[in-house]
Ligand binder design. Structure first.
Ligand code: RBF
Length: 211
């Protein structure tokens, strides 16, 4: 029987060639995680996101995802600012530190490279599978609320790539790894597309540009 559930394709083909995206993933339930991360990266690249603009970091479990997203978003702003300092020739307005300034990579005359832009979107990927205690409920609840808080607090879209499965099979099917005839669908691909769409929205809407 056909279903009415699921996302409809956007009529707009979003271009990721100018976007920088971070994927932060947990390592619990590795087989499923790996498929989801691979699916997300494939769609980012398909939409033109450059390999050098995709940062992948991991944390032990899903519970660590919100803090990691928050830190990575903040760290990218520090990186971007330190680039500006490099371009200013490392001007030092005091502060007293006696440690020598690390040598910066020479930039060819006339070329301004800015590889360390802030992130346009972050994809948080985790796989929670219900066990026999209440851990699942507590982690699902706190992680989903905290990831929402990170994106609202930072203004950077955080894609909710956390599977909350009641069984192993449910998790496998949502990563395209189903053990039955129907392999299911890899939701990581949708998250990659969502990151490009939301990153593009964030750029445009942030400049007050609307359709
Ligand atoms: N992390 C996950 O990403 N997925 C899980 O299914 C998962 N199950 C857990 C079950 C138990 C009983 C415990 C103690 C931890 C679990 N974690 C899981 C790890 C959790 O997200 C976190 O990494 C640790 O609790 C350390 O803060």
């Amino acid at each position: 029987m056909s279903t009415i559930k699921g996302i409809s394709q956007s009529p707009v083909h979003y271009d990721g060639s100018d976007l920088r995206v971070a994927i932060i993933h947990a390592r619990w339930n590795k087989t499923v995680i790996e498929a989801l991360v691979t699916g997300a990266i494939a769609k980012l690249k398909e939409r033109g996101v450059k390999e050098s603009n995709i940062v992948v970091e991991s944390v032990p479990g899903s519970y660590e995802l919100p803090w990691a997203c928050s830190k990575v978003i903040a760290g990218a702003h520090v990186q971007a600012n330190s680039n500006v300092n490099d371009l200013l020739g490392g001007l030092n307005f005091g502060g007293g530190g006696s440690s020598p300034k690390p040598a910066s990579t020479p930039v060819p005359a006339g070329v301004v490279t800015m590889p360390n832009e802030p992130f346009d979107a972050v994809i948080a990927i985790g796989v929670l599978i219900k066990g026999s205690t209440m851990h699942f409920e507590y982690i699902c609840d706190s992680v989903s609320h905290a990831l929402m808080k990170v994106q609202l607090d930072t203004g950077v879209p955080v894609i909710f790539g956390v599977l909350t499965a009641l069984t192993d099979d449910q998790a496998l099917e949502r990563a395209g790894l189903g053990r039955g005839e129907d392999k299911g669908h890899n939701h990581g691909e949708d998250w990659g597309l969502a990151a490009v769409e939301m990153g593009s929205h964030a750029r445009r809407w942030g400049q007050g540009k609307f359709n």
